[in-house]
Write a protein that binds this ligand. Structure first.
Ligand code: FA5
Length: 342
């Protein structure tokens, strides 16, 4: 092959834009032209194939074309970028003067809030918290609380049984009394036992199959019914207001003797008063009593020397009273419209 055959096919006319157009038109993309393996570089490599006297002009022309093309490319890229920015600013207009969207703030569940309130009131009265198990045996949930098999009082607590005989879900927090007594005996005790309970009951606006209770237990040598009454009055007034009247009614629980039920008066000017108190003006908040001697003995304490009081309340029912909530099922339904009100 002769040198002529290898000569550049599109010898650009020095400084002519026609040459520039010619090379540009012959390329399919900028990198095809300007890249290391592009057409301009290829032309430069062929400089040896053209007559010596034409080489400087040829080289200069190629370099000028390269500079012009690079400049044109950069100008075009800048224009496209600007165009894209303007388009984005008009289509996705951002109004920096708008106030920010408030971040959703989480908070404690109302059941947790009330449980903490109850716990803090009893802490001020000198009670510690004792955590007891939710899965119990029949012995502790019933027998040691003075309810032998077939005792009619067991009917007060419809029970969830497991497939393991004798293993049940606790129906109340009272079996915790046995655990704490056996652990602390013969020391005096002043504890509350909060936690979940389970009953195989019909679900109604006032009753759930799963609900919390707070048990209270005090054991010592000189404990009397007056201590029980004083503790409950102090608690009720801290929770519901200092002006509240507290009423004690005689009742029955197999594990306390005597047993009582505790009511508080409800303000008559509250529009819910009649519905909540069934027209009586009094609301029940808990069961209580002096610990039965048999239960003290089962806990390891000598009933001739020690006495105790115990009480058990349902925080969900108490919360319903405090905030006029008309359906207990709201507590575990996880409906944010309900939860965000507290
Ligand atoms: C008891 O469970 C006794 N263990 C309380 C007790 C303890 C008495 C210590 C004496 C000494 P009762 O079944 O009444 O008692 O339940 C106590 C409280 O638990 C009730 O007042 C109520 O507030 C709550 N409660 C009971 N059943 C349900 C239910 N199905 N749903 C929601 N709360 C309930």
């Amino acid at each position: 092959m002769s040198d002529k055959a290898n000569a550049p096919t599109a010898t650009p006319a020095a400084g002519s834009s026609a040459g520039l157009r010619g090379v540009a038109a012959a390329t399919s993309s900028m990198s095809d032209v300007l890249g290391d393996k592009g057409q301009l570089t290829a032309q430069l490599k062929k400089v040896g194939a053209i007559p010596k006297e034409e080489r400087p002009a040829f080289g200069q022309a190629i370099n000028r074309i390269k500079a012009e093309l690079t400049q044109a490319k950069e100008a075009r890229q800048a224009a496209l970028k600007k165009q894209e920015l303007e388009r984005s600013l008009t289509t996705n207009a951002l109004d920096v003067t708008l106030p920010g969207r408030p971040a959703l703030r989480g908070r404690l569940h109302i059941a947790t809030q009330i449980m903490r309130l109850i716990t803090s009131i009893f802490a001020d009265l000198g009670f510690q918290v004792y955590r007891s198990r939710e899965v119990e045996d029949d012995l502790t949930n019933f027998e040691l609380l003075n309810m032998p098999p077939h005792h009619p009082a067991r009917d007060m607590w419809d029970t969830f049984h497991t497939t393991t005989p004798g293993v049940i879900l606790r129906t109340h927090t009272s079996p915790g009394q046995i655990h704490v007594m056996r652990e602390c005996c013969p020391e005096p005790i002043r504890v509350i036992l909060p936690g979940m309970c389970y009953r195989y009951e019909a679900i109604t606006p006032r009753s759930e199959i799963q609900f919390e209770q707070v048990e209270g237990l005090a054991v010592g040598e000189n404990i009397t019914m007056a201590d029980l009454k004083g503790t409950i009055i102090a608690f009720a007034r801290r929770l519901f207001g200092q002006e509240r009247q507290v009423r004690f009614r005689s009742s029955y629980f197999p594990f306390t003797e005597p047993s009582i039920e505790v009511d508080i008066d409800w303000p008559k000017d509250d529009p819910n008063a009649d519905r909540l108190t069934k027209g009586t003006g009094w609301l029940e908040i808990m069961g209580a009593g002096m610990v039965h001697p048999t239960v003290l003995k089962n806990g390891g304490y000598d009933p001739a020397r020690f006495r105790g009081f115990a009480f058990g309340m349902g925080p969900q029912r108490i919360t319903m009273l405090k905030y006029a909530i008309d359906d207990i099922r709201q507590f575990w339904a996880n409906d944010v419209r309900f939860l965000e009100q507290f």
